[in-house]
Design a protein around this ligand. Structure first.
Ligand code: C5P
Length: 243
């Protein structure tokens, strides 16, 4: 596998083409951003941790019937081989609890636990601040078709449940999770693209209630690296005993 040109240089990740036209290399950076890039810092070792956690979670979904862009990890622990996709500029956020911007929007206590799960559809557009959007608006902008949106919702419900159960076995509560999608370059199928890690999901220690995710940075609760290391260790413990 030969790493070729830099295709995309994001705040927290880079994407490179390879000698295979339908495969790319994702490289996770040590940089962390929040509030649409307004807050920014570097944490040594964060990229390796988010890459490895993401590889475990995306690999777990692949093995359990939900297709994602993840193929395999590479020798550099910040890198992984992924399927090339055509980006769908939509995000679906799965909420087990009402936290963060949703708590502010609904005027409820941060962390309120409803009896149902909540799915939010957002337009992935930095200039507009990733606003909430509804299905009709998404179709009107030709971002996706109604059947594709149905598929995305189905994927999120199944993945949200799989990840909630897996993390629970590891002693971690999945509070919410953000999913992004693309159309696979090889088959055209809708698959999960982008990472799943404490950078994109809220994760709380079930015993202590401690936040183990990017909220540590957003809310100035301290270094990310020790918390992300705990997430990786707990996941490895439970996934290694499963094999
Ligand atoms: O910021 P907000 O409270 O809306 O975040 C909801 C979920 O989506 C959180 O898990 C957060 O980490 C994730 N998120 C993200 N990227 C963004 C905004 C939110 O991964 N740009």
């Amino acid at each position: 596998m030969v790493k070729d040109k830099l295709l995309f240089n994001g705040n927290e990740k880079q994407v490179f083409s390879t000698d295979d036209p339908v495969q790319v290399i994702f490289r996770y950076k040590d940089v962390t951003t929040a509030y649409h890039g307004v807050k920014r810092a570097r944490f040594n070792g964060k990229g390796a941790l988010t890459s490895q956690i993401s590889a475990l979670l995306l690999g777990y979904l692949n093995e359990n019937g939900v297709d994602t862009h993840f193929i395999r990890t590479l020798s550099d622990e910040r890198e992984q081989l992924c399927r090339m996709i055509e980006i769908i500029p939509l995000e679906v956020v799965f909420h087990n609890r009402i936290c963060g911007s949703l708590a502010t929007k609904l005027g409820v206590e941060d962390g309120m636990k409803p009896e149902n799960t909540i799915l939010d559809l957002c337009y992935n557009n930095d200039e507009l601040g990733d606003p909430l959007i509804n299905r009709d608006q998404a179709v009107a902008l030709k971002l996706a078709t109604y059947p594709e949106l149905d598929m995305m919702y189905d994927i999120v419900r199944r993945s949200g449940q799989l990840l909630t159960d897996l993390l629970h076995q590891a002693g971690i509560e999945l509070v919410d999770a953000k999913f992004e999608f693309g159309r696979a370059a090889d088959t055209g199928a809708i698959i999960i693209s982008d990472e799943l890690s404490p950078d994109t999901c809220r994760m709380w220690d079930e015993e202590t209630g401690e936040r183990l995710d990017k909220d540590r940075f957003r809310l100035d609760l301290g270094d990310l690296v020790p918390s992300y290391s705990i997430v990786l260790e707990k996941l490895r413990n439970v996934m290694e005993t499963e094999e």
